[in-house]
Design a protein around this ligand. Structure first.
Ligand SMILES: [Zn+2]
Length: 331
C-alpha cells in the first residue's frame, strides 16, 4: 500500500492524488494554522468567555466522553478559564468501565455537573447493527469516520445542542483534535439553518430506521427556536497546544487512567475496534486516517506514530466482543 509521504493518507483514500514527491493533494491544499492564527483565536475565545461567564446557570455544556481529548478540554475550561460546566456523557452501552470511573473522577475535579444519558441498550443495539451492516450514510460522510462512529457522534451532537437549548447554555464545547475539525470552525455559532443540513445527513437516516430514537434528536419544531438562543460551538484544541502523549501524561497526574479494553484510537469506547474493523474491510482505508493526517499536518504527531495507528490490525478479541454485543457475525 502506498501512503502520502507527508501525512498518512493511503492510495485507497477517496479522491487522493500524489505529486512527484509522493505528497498528497490534501496536504498540498490544506492550510495549517500558524502561531498568529492561533493567537487570534485564543483572543477571540477569551473575549467570548468573558462575555458569558457567570451569566447563566451553566457557562458551557461539554460533550464529555471520558476520553483523553474531551477530558483535557474540560479540565482547561474549568481550571484555566474558570467556567461552570455541565458535562454531558452519552452512554452508548460501550463505555469502558475505566472510562466511566474517569468520567466521575474528572467531573468532580473540574467542579462539573455530570449528566449521563443512556438510551436502553435494546435501541442502541438495533441502530448499531444497522450501521454495521447496511449503507446508512453517504460515502462522503464515511471518508472521515466509520458508520458506527457517525451514528454515535450524531446522537452526541444532537443531545448537546438539545440540552443547551433547553437549559439556555450559551456555549457547547467539544474535544475535537486538530485533525478532526479545522481552526476555522473552532468558534462557530450553531443555527437552525446549519442544523437542517445535519439532519439530512445523519438524523434522518437514523430515524428512518429507528423511529424510537427520535427522543434524542431535535424535532423540526425545535428548528423554529429563534436563532439568538442557539449556542456557540467551541473546540479549543484547534488553537491550543496539542500533543497526545503529553496530554495523557498530564491527565494521569490528575488521576485519569488509560483504559486497557479500547483500541489505540479511542480512550473510552469498546465498540470502536469493531467500527474500525468493518470500515477497513469495506473501504480499504482506516476511518481515523483523515484525522491522523490532520494531526500530523498540524505538527502535533509524528508521521510514524500516525502510520502505526492507522495500519495496525484491530485486536480481534475486542472486535468479536462488540460483534457479539450487537448481534452480528464476523467472517
Ligand atoms: Zn498527505
Amino acid at each position: 500500500m502506498k501512503f502520502c509521504s507527508s501525512c498518512v493518507l493511503p492510495e485507497t483514500f477517496p479522491g487522493i492524488e500524489f505529486d512527484k514527491e509522493g505528497v498528497c493533494n490534501y496536504c498540498r491544499h490544506t492550510l495549517v494554522p500558524d502561531k498568529n492564527k492561533k493567537q487570534e483565536y485564543i483572543k477571540k475565545f477569551e473575549n467570548l468567555l468573558d462575555d458569558v461567564r457567570g451569566k447563566y446557570d451553566y457557562d458551557v455544556i461539554m460533550a464529555y466522553s471520558g476520553g483523553k481529548d474531551s477530558t483535557y478540554t474540560m479540565y482547561q475550561l474549568a481550571d484555566k478559564y474558570n467556567l461552570n460546566i455541565l458535562a454531558l456523557t452519552f452512554d452508548n452501552g460501550f463505555i469502558s468501565k475505566k472510562a466511566m470511573e474517569n468520567i466521575v473522577h474528572m467531573s468532580d475535579i473540574c467542579g462539573a455537573t455530570s449528566l449521563i444519558i443512556r438510551p436502553s441498550f435494546r435501541k442502541m443495539k438495533k441502530i448499531f447493527k444497522i450501521a454495521a451492516v447496511e449503507d446508512l450514510y453517504n460515502t462522503k460522510t464515511l471518508d472521515r469516520a466509520s458508520s458506527i462512529c457517525t451514528t454515535c457522534i450524531g446522537h452526541v451532537k444532537s443531545l448537546v445542542l438539545k440540552t443547551a437549548l433547553e437549559k439556555n447554555i450559551p456555549l457547547a464545547a467539544y474535544g475535537w483534535s486538530p485533525g478532526q475539525a479545522p481552526i476555522a470552525s473552532a468558534i462557530m455559532k450553531t443555527s437552525p439553518r446549519l442544523q437542517t443540513f445535519t439532519h439530512k445527513t445523519v438524523r434522518d437516516p437514523i430515524l428512518e430506521n429507528c423511529r424510537e430514537l427520535s427522543t434524542y434528536f431535535l424535532s423540526d419544531d425545535d428548528l423554529k427556536i429563534e436563532k439568538e438562543k442557539w449556542p456557540i460551538n467551541i473546540h479549543p484544541l484547534a488553537f491550543m497546544d496539542y500533543d497526545e502523549k503529553e496530554i495523557i501524561k498530564f491527565l494521569k497526574i490528575l488521576g485519569w487512567e488509560e483504559p486497557k479494553d479500547t483500541d489505540p484510537n479511542s480512550s473510552n469506547c469498546t465498540l470502536n475496534a469493531l467500527a474500525n474493523y468493518l470500515h477497513r474491510k469495506k473501504f480499504n482505508f482506516h476511518p481515523y486516517a483523515w484525522e491522523m493526517a490532520g494531526i500530523i499536518r498540524s505538527g502535533s504527531m509524528k508521521r510514524e506514530d500516525g502510520l502505526i495507528k492507522t495500519t495496525q490490525e484491530e485486536d480481534l478479541k475486542m472486535v468479536y466482543y462488540a460483534a457479539r454485543m450487537i448481534d452480528i457475525s464476523i467472517d
